[in-house]
Design a protein around this ligand. Structure first.
Ligand code: FES
Length: 343
């Protein structure tokens, strides 16, 4: 069984007209800044899963908290924002995610956030200022307007308290000054050239926002010389699973064995099914969240066999070299397959 956690809501904070922070009583929750929780949310007669990032850092904030922004037609955010209240007990899967600082990320950070993309980025800022002997943190933060900006006051205060280290560039798309309305390629290129002082190979970038925004961030960072493994991104949105299927499948069935927490699970998988969907069908307890190759919750190590991933937005080159794969977009190519699932 995948362990489900019960969290008690301690406090609810209205951040903007369409976003709230939910602070939980559970002081001893195990998580890292930048990670997320996957909540199990009732929807009709079934349950849906939605991932929401921590806005807190464990060594800085006494209680863990996530911030949720309303998404148009989003069943998960609508349910949470309309129903969750102080005292409620909510269910989730333990914290996961690779959008985290490692010990060597200490030199200089460049952070891109748009809208609710600030949630894990704020946690990373707090952690970096607390734990690391960091030289500089550059934050680019884009929003529709000042009123729609989540954590405007908190970030302004952090900047004032850490003048030497934290530099924030705000963008508001309702600004009449075009250079302050939207982040653009010229701005980012010139910023990297003139403001980022460390050797570029020691600069790490974290980006969280909509797809087109992330595309701009990634391309300009590569152009600036940021090594691929130093570029970290987080995207959460769902797509139709049909768009994730590869053009052709391997015919036939493959033997698969999944090792998890000291137990082994064997089953067969047809070439046209993802490993995750077949594992769920067989009641095998492996973790997942986005089901679209974007969050890493379903990451496992491939010890034998060969697979094809129809989408991978999260594993880096070095993860792939170590043998990690995503089960939610992974189709069998040759077997037998042996996978090791992290606990
Ligand atoms: S469940 Fe999110 S990447 Fe597989």
């Amino acid at each position: 069984m995948i362990e489900h956690l019960q969290l008690r809501i301690r406090e609810v904070i209205q951040e903007t007209s369409d976003s709230k922070t939910f602070i939980f009583e559970n002081k001893d929750l195990n998580y890292q800044a930048g990670q997320f929780l996957t909540f199990l949310i009732p929807s009709g007669i079934s349950t849906i899963r939605r991932a929401y990032s921590f806005c807190t850092a464990p060594q800085v904030d006494e209680f863990p908290a996530v911030t949720v922004k309303r998404v148009a037609n989003g069943a998960g955010s609508r349910y949470i924002l309309d129903n969750w209240k102080t005292g409620d007990l909510v269910e989730c899967i333990k914290a996961t995610g690779k959008f985290t600082l490692s010990k060597e990320d200490v030199n200089e950070l460049v952070l891109f956030a748009a809208g609710s993309g600030i949630v894990p980025i704020l946690a990373i800022i707090k952690q970096a200022l607390h734990d690391h002997n960091i030289k500089k943190i550059h934050l680019f933060y884009s929003n529709r307007s000042e009123n729609a900006t989540i954590f405007k006051d908190e970030i302004t205060k952090l900047e004032a308290n850490h003048k030497e280290k934290l530099i924030v560039t705000w963008f508001f798309s309702n600004s009449f000054n075009i250079s302050k309305a939207r982040i653009n390629a010229e701005f980012v290129d010139s910023y990297f050239k003139n403001q980022v002082k460390s050797n570029i190979t020691h600069v790490h970038v974290f980006a969280c926002g909509p797809e087109s925004y992330m595309y701009l961030a990634e391309v300009r960072c590569l152009f600036a010389g940021i090594p691929k493994d130093n570029y970290h991104q987080e995207v959460f949105f769902r797509e139709e699973s049909s768009s994730l299927k590869p053009n052709s499948y391997k015919k036939g069935d493959f033997d698969i064995l999944i090792e998890r927490e000291g137990k082994s699970y064997s089953f067969q998988i047809p070439g046209n099914r993802t490993i995750l969907s077949q594992a769920i069908k067989n009641n095998i307890p492996i973790p997942w969240s986005c089901s679209s190759g974007r969050c890493s919750a379903c990451m496992v190590k491939l010890k034998q066999g060969d697979i094809y991933m129809s989408r991978n937005e999260v594993l880096t080159e070095s993860d792939l070299q170590k043998g990690y794969i995503l089960t939610c977009t992974g189709y069998p190519v040759s077997g037998p397959l042996i996978l090791q699932s992290k606990s």
